[in-house]
Design a binder for this molecule. Structure first.
Ligand code: ADP
Ligand code: GLC
Length: 510
């Protein structure tokens, strides 16, 4: 394989430009590592109105294009953002049509209503088609088109259908990464016309049909050369049960030989307790004193007293069902009875926001709840907490347990997806293990895991072992990006052998 590849990522998020959850972190850090490895990398994202341009990045306008859209065209506008040389180029894709797909607040949801925009399917379909049109205009050939999640899921399909004759994609491999199967992009069949396919392509069990509708995620899974997801356990889970596959388990099983699990890494420059710009003090595995200062500052900023100095349990999360908040509700009384304090930072479902707001009002000495998206505070919670709780119902990978491990903050997690792949129960006899793990999705099991953790916390010497075991893990992208290099090599081999999906081959496989 060539040492240096030209790669285009398509994603709806990239930190810090636009981030809702881990997808933004992962795309940004993976792309940067690929640049460091000598690849040429472009990341295409929508040009949201509230995009955060990092300091030192420069914008330059590219010429606009009319993008095929149903029976007609829609105008797109492109801007290239360029930063330091160790960063990818970022192609900002805007819609210049009347409905202004991206010139509005928020990314997926309207912040005023907290509801998804009703035209999200059109917004992201347009983004995908327009991004590929822009790439075609660059006049160069690309080795890899890498699409992330349902918002970009049409890219592999377009590369193998509408754009298959274009010189830009003559030898291109397509890869589709599933970050979260809980969001699939399921829309009525009219969307197929906008995507440039005739109504005749829609019939029961066709690649474009999913229970009478169109499913973006299914299109991505079927048309990409290889499919990946963000941890080995999640790659298995989504093929084995409806609970994790959300109805696509059968489709994924059809491609079982082509599905890979590649564990995410973290940006270990952004997330480094020895140099983190958001922390009041710094520390490392060898010298943990600074962690005590971070902990004290966090407790005081939450209004907690230092007497009794109970351990602090942190949570930084989207407040959605996926993350296991039902278990907090189920175990409310038992949680309040624990000799521990809870610091929760999250935005999401009104139900959970009200729940945590009430607890913080009723028991301010024990519960603190912040409802904002606050990057600095997320870092301070990671550093200042003793334990980090992630009782997820499902978790494709999860980044916060990786941040926690690095920050000497001991994770208490449910054994699912990437949590199962990264956290091992601590054994006080062998002194192996880096956290506390429970299997069943139940409040009781969560409480028992927390009790085990608190018991070990009561023995400072043992606790130091758990912390240091976690801190020694290398979760950097320097390791994690190897998996993608291998994935690309495998996909390019298939392209070389002419073994790629086509409209006919996908259609006839049903
Ligand atoms: P997911 O992508 O499912 O939300 P991950 O664990 O992969 O879960 O990533 C979540 C990311 O979002 C982490 O970087 C976390 O710190 C961040 N995050 C979530 N909620 C907030 C918040 N309210 N403020 C700041 N960062 C947040
Ligand atoms: C998703 C998943 C999360 C994963 C992230 C980045 O949002 O919910 O588990 O870490 O994507 O891959």
């Amino acid at each position: 394989m060539k040492q240096s590849l030209s790669i285009v990522h398509l994603s709806s998020e990239m930190a810090p430009f636009a981030k809702v959850g881990g997808l933004g972190d992962v795309v940004a850090a993976l792309a940067a590592e690929q640049v460091r490895r000598g690849h040429r990398v472009i990341v295409a994202i929508p040009h949201y109105r509230d995009l955060k341009l990092p300091p030192g990045w420069k914008l330059s306008d590219l010429s606009g294009i009319r993008v095929p859209w149903g029976m007609g065209h829609e105008a797109a506008k492109f801007t290239m953002a360029e930063g330091p040389t160790d960063q990818p180029s970022v192609l900002l894709v805007d819609h210049a049509g009347e409905r202004h797909f991206f010139q509005r607040p928020g990314i997926y949801d309207d912040p005023a209503t907290r509801e998804g925009y009703p035209d999200n399917a059109e917004r992201f379909l347009f983004f995908t088609r327009a991004a590929l049109e822009a790439v075609k205009g660059f006049g160069e050939a690309f080795d890899v088109v890498h699409a992330h999640d349902q918002q970009a899921a049409w890219a592999p399909c377009f590369v193998r259908t509408h754009d298959s004759e274009d010189i830009a994609f003559a030898g291109t491999a397509t890869v589709f990464t599933i970050h979260n199967l809980g969001y699939q992009g399921i829309v009525d069949p009219w969307v197929l016309g906008l995507a440039g396919f005739p109504r005749g392509a829609f019939y029961p069990h066709s690649p474009f049909e999913y229970h009478g509708r169109v499913n973006f995620m299914k299109v991505g899974i079927l048309f990409s050369d290889l499919v990946s997801t963000v941890s080995p356990t999640y790659a298995r889970e989504i093929q084995t049960s409806g609970e994790y596959g959300f109805g696509l388990e059968g489709v994924l099983r059809r491609r079982t030989g082509d599905v890979r699990g590649i564990l995410n890494g973290i940006d270990d420059r952004e997330w480094d307790p020895a140099s983190d710009r958001w922390l009041p003090a710094h520390y490392s595995r060898e010298q943990l004193d600074g962690k005590h200062a971070c902990r004290r500052a966090l407790a005081l900023s939450c209004g907690f007293s230092l007497e009794p100095d109970w351990p602090v349990v942190g949570v930084v999360s989207r407040l959605v069902e996926q993350k296991g908040f039902d278990l907090f509700v189920a175990a409310e009384r038992a949680l309040c009875d624990l000799p521990a304090r809870f610091v929760i930072l999250g935005v999401g479902s009104p139900r959970y926001m009200e729940f945590f707001r009430r607890l913080a009002d009723e028991r301010p000495w024990q519960w603190w709840f912040g409802t904002s998206h606050d990057e600095a505070l997320a870092h301070r919670i990671e550093a200042g907490s003793d334990l980090f709780l992630m009782p997820s119902r499902y978790e494709p990978c999860g980044l916060n347990q990786l941040y926690s491990l690095r920050y000497g903050t001991v994770p208490v997690v449910r054994a699912t997806g990437g949590l199962a792949d990264t956290v091992r129960e601590f054994d006080p006899i062998t002194r192996e293990g880096n956290g506390f793990v429970f299997e069943g999705y139940s409040g009781d099991e969560m409480i028992m895991a927390l009790r085990r953790a608190l018991a070990v916390y009561g023995e400072p010497e043992q606790w130091l072992h758990v912390q240091r075991n976690g801190m020694q893990r290398d979760s950097s992208w320097r390791v994690a990006a190897d998996g993608y290099d291998r994935l690309y090599a495998e996909a390019l081999d298939r392209v070389g052998d002419g073994r790629v999906p086509t409209f006919e081959s996908v259609r006839d496989s049903f």
